[in-house]
Design a protein around this ligand. Structure first.
Ligand code: C2E
Ligand code: CA
Ligand code: CA
Ligand code: CA
Length: 278
């Protein structure tokens, strides 16, 4: 009836209202969190499968909320992207990760490539290159040690993406396509874009030992990447069996809980030390 519809609408409207209020509160919390230094970065190793050594790290954002505890990025990155807060937050991540990488180099650890996730909002900033150059200058990190992870979503605007990627390559940073296989990438642009690496999404890697289709997809992407002269990294590697399969497929690099979870910097250095001993 009309009354039910009205009640339904009312309920919907009040839920919407709550949602909007909650969003506003969370957004406010995020801004304060950045000022109060409640964010930190966890680092997860990238391992070369042939030699078994550490080649890189991915910086992953963590929020230690004073009341709610550790909040995963899946709960605040989407809202940060929506509100635009990802711009200052992403720049903080970039600066912190670059500074950390430089510090490890200065402490005498073998140099590694630091991967930083770049939101599509950041990618679309017209002054992105200037911002990155400024961070590199401030932290003293040479560009070849910085890798930017972007998703296939950037291909929605091919002309802009091509121009931006070329400008980024001129700076000398590395580019990787994250979550590869889950978006709408055209293989044609893979060849045309100046990219260095494909990261095969975890959803394909999960079942490589039991699902023939997933196994075929992963070995196919590895072969294609090799032929296109791209590095390939398998994400979400959790078992020895998966490592063996990936080695067989000549997949170059791997990342996942099998090697290490993302850890705070103090713990990451013990991975370097383990490396030296082995
Ligand atoms: P992502 O870029 O695909 O990062 C990899 C995610 O997979 C991380 O989740 C990592 O903890 C998780 N992971 C790694 N190895 C394994 C494994 O073996 N098994 C399983 N089940 N998971 C594994 P996390 O840290 O929760 O991050 C989730 C997403 O949030 C990231 O996915 C990325 O899209 C986004 N994110 C994180 N930090 C940042 C950031 O600084 N900026 C931006 N724009 N996005 C970020
Ligand atoms: Ca990533
Ligand atoms: Ca990924
Ligand atoms: Ca599957």
């Amino acid at each position: 009836s009309a009354k039910d519809t009205r009640n339904g609408w009312k309920r919907y409207a009040s839920e919407m209202n709550l949602k909007a209020k909650e969003k506003l509160l969370l957004e406010n919390d995020l801004r304060i969190a950045l000022e109060l230094r409640q964010f930190h970065l966890a680092y997860q190793p990238l391992v070369d499968l042939e030699g078994g050594h550490l080649v890189g790290a991915e910086a992953l954002l963590r929020w230690d909320h004073p009341q709610k505890g550790s909040i995963p990025p899946s709960e605040f990155i989407p809202l940060s992207e929506e509100s635009g807060f990802i711009l200052p937050l992403g720049e903080w991540v970039l600066r912190t990760a670059c500074r950390q990488t430089k510090q490890w180099q200065e402490q005498g650890y073998p140099p590694l490539v630091m991967s930083v996730n770049l939101s599509i909002r950041q990618f679309r900033q017209h002054d992105l290159c200037e911002r990155i150059e400024k961070v590199l200058e401030e932290t003293g990190l040479e560009p070849q040690w910085l890798e930017l992870e972007i998703t296939e979503s950037i291909m929605a605007d091919v002309a802009f993406a091509t121009a931006m990627l070329e400008r980024l390559k001129k700076i000398g940073v590395r580019i990787s396509i994250d979550d590869f296989g889950t978006g709408y990438s055209s293989l044609y642009y893979l060849k045309r874009f100046p990219i260095d690496k494909l990261k095969i999404d975890r959803s394909f890697v999960n079942d490589i030992l039991t699902d023939r289709n997933d196994a075929a997809i992963v070995s196919g992407i590895s072969a294609m990447a090799r032929n296109l002269n791209l590095t390939v990294t398998a994400e979400g590697v959790e078992s020895e069996g998966q490592v063996a399969f990936l080695r067989e497929q000549r997949c170059q690099e791997a990342q996942g809980y099998f090697f290490s979870r993302p850890v705070p910097p103090e713990q990451f250095v013990s991975l370097f030390d383990a490396e030296k001993r082995s």
